[in-house]
Write a protein that binds this ligand. Structure first.
Ligand code: NAD
Length: 257
């Protein structure tokens, strides 16, 4: 398989998009590192399940992406990093003049600063291996804004900017850096919001999805974690060797509006 022998580290990969990307890369034969800050039995179980399902090495490494030293230690502990997927992220919604400072700091640290620390630690390993891929899971909110998401929009725009700088600093090497910008993706977190939205607006599931949750997504469909994983796998393929420093939107037309 195309990624046999490569090691992929996916931050925040015990659920949602990160898990989908880890599974997609394992499906291409990559050994994967699953990460979260929780260190639970379930976290370790995910790595075991992926290892068995795809016949690759998969291990769990605990690290808190809100802490720079932990981010760097994650890469050091893994010992190899051919593919770095910066995915860990959180959200908080509030008007900017009421935005809790601790939430602002946490979002900037986890959604943006962590990518600086992991990338800084991973690039020497990629250079030593002579090949590397940095894939940042940004967002449609890395390219456009919504009210009440100041910290998230700031962090995701920052990640898109950082992606371009990493691409330029590695341009003459066999290393690429790109950002995937999903619109709304069907994850357990999003699924959990559907019943409340139906109740709040007295709508059927179909109408709640179309008119509220997917209001800004012209396709009126969620992207799936498998589709985001597929794009990540494509970015690791030889077809993507000359794709660097750019964003790939997977947003059903959101940013075309
Ligand atoms: P999720 O809540 O399922 O996943 C978030 C992941 O981040 C989890 O694995 C969690 O363990 C991890 N995480 C959170 N804080 C952490 C910390 N301090 N240290 C280590 N890991 C931590 O949500 P998701 O929707 O899969 O989001 C994944 C990424 O995709 C995020 O960066 C998010 O901004 C981005 N994104 C999601 C959507 C969407 O619609 N779901 C859209 C665009 C972008």
């Amino acid at each position: 398989m195309s990624l046999s022998g490569k090691t992929a580290i996916v931050t925040g990969s015990n659920s949602g998009i990160g898990l989908g990307v880890a599974r997609a890369l394992a499906g291409q034969g990559a050994n994967v590192v699953i990460n979260s800050f929780t260190d639970s039995k379930e976290d370790h179980g995910i790595a075991e399940e992926i290892s068995k399902a795809f016949d690759v090495e998969a291990r769990y490494i605990q690290a808190d992406m809100s802490k720079g030293a932990d981010c760097r230690k994650l890469i050091e502990t893994a010992g190899a990093c051919d593919i770095l997927v910066n995915n860990a992220g959180i959200q908080h919604v509030a008007a900017i003049d009421e935005f809790p400072v601790d939430k602002w700091d946490a979002i900037i640290a986890i959604n943006m600063n962590s990518s600086f620390h992991t990338t800084a630690a991973a690039l020497p390993l990629m250079r030593a291996a002579g090949w590397g891929r940095v894939i940042n899971i940004a967002s449609a909110h890395g390219l456009t804004a919504s009210p009440y998401k100041s910290a998230y929009v700031t962090a995701k725009h920052g990640v898109v900017g950082m992606t371009k700088v990493v691409a330029l600093e590695t341009a003459e090497e066999a290393i690429t850096a790109n950002a995937i910008c999903p619109g709304y993706v069907h994850t357990p977190l999003v699924e959990a919001q559907i019943p409340d939205t139906m109740k709040k607006y007295n709508l059927s599931r179909e109408d709640a999805l179309r008119d509220v949750i997917l209001e800004r997504q012209p396709s009126k469909q969620f992207a799936t974690v498998e589709q985001i994983g597929g794009v990540a796998a494509f970015l690791c393929s030889p077809a993507a060797d000359q794709i660097t420093g750019t964003t790939i939107s997977v947003d059903g037309g959101w940013t075309a509006l």
